[in-house]
Design a protein around this ligand. Sequence first.
Ligand SMILES: Cc1cc2nc3c(=O)[nH]c(=O)nc-3n(C[C@H](O)[C@H](O)[C@H](O)COP(=O)(O)O)c2cc1C
Length: 333
Amino acid sequence: MKLYLAPMEGITNHIYRRAWHRHFGPADRYFAPFLTNIGLNHKELADLLPENNKGMELVPQILTNRPEIFLELAETLRSLGYTEVNLNLGCPSGTVTAKGRGSGFLRDPRALDEFLEKIFARCPLRISVKTRIGYADEAEWPPLWELLSRYPFSERIIHPRLRSDFYRGPVRIESFAHAYRSAQTQIAAAAGIPASPPYAPASPPAPSGIARPSACPCYNGDIFTHADFQAITTRFPALPAVMLGRGLITNPGLARELRGQPPMKAAQLRGFLEELEAGYRAVMSGDKNVLYRLMEVWSYLSNSFDEPEKIRRRIRKAANLAEYEQIIKELLP
Ligand SMILES: Cc1cc2nc3c(=O)[nH]c(=O)nc-3n(C[C@H](O)[C@H](O)[C@H](O)COP(=O)(O)O)c2cc1C
């Protein structure tokens, strides 16, 4: 079972990824937060430069509904050495969906189909996708899944929520189960075997360079504990990979725990946090900016401690990094 680090805008940038990789990694793959515009800005370029991502298999992500933007960005990514790009069909933010991008693109399957046809015809890189299961109604999913299954995505990662769910409420596991079952049937048919779930996708060989459209989808959503992970992998035994987002920011040792290693120790977390702070100090001016970034991480990480709200309040009140460091010293003696 592969474990992926989710893209999280404002959190899982190269500074976070590098510190996490050294102290708690590796993940099998790392996904970078989305790009939207042609011509990478300084921050985006720094995030993707191979020298800032040494030793990690990183997949950049694009959020657009315009084929020409996708293709031009893909070309830029190719020139940086990337061989795969991920398409974002999940972002629920109002400013994004209002423009028909992210999960907003799921509202217009015809336009999505045309877009996919154009990018698959010319993209120099493999294309994977990270998608929600619809915009406002679970009934949207079976035809959307059918549409996504017609294109040779190298990987299809599903966060089984609607746009209207944002990140709230239980995941809609039956929609994930629909995609899983349909992929199992396709895999079995391609191998000439009658479908008898659970049929493990023993990776039938793909023609070189061509992805298998029938490959089993990857799961993403609400994995915070070993028990959450077990529930998913027991129900879907042929899952090739699970992507971890908020659960891993809350408990940076989660991936190791899922691989059977002991929970993280205070000293490990301290080392990680010191490297994170140093990483931000190196690229940002002013304590306030660095504190803001660290606070984003702590908004999740605090939930691994007793009295998380109290911790968040204390860190929010820190006037400078010296005060922040004192708080960390007390929390992680
Ligand atoms: C603050 C934040 C930023 C995110 N940024 C991205 C992003 O850039 N691209 C993307 O595909 N998903 C993004 N996501 C969604 C996550 O990758 C993931 O799909 C979601 O959090 C559900 O997984 P989880 O329950 O493991 O966190 C973001 C989520 C959050 C909370």
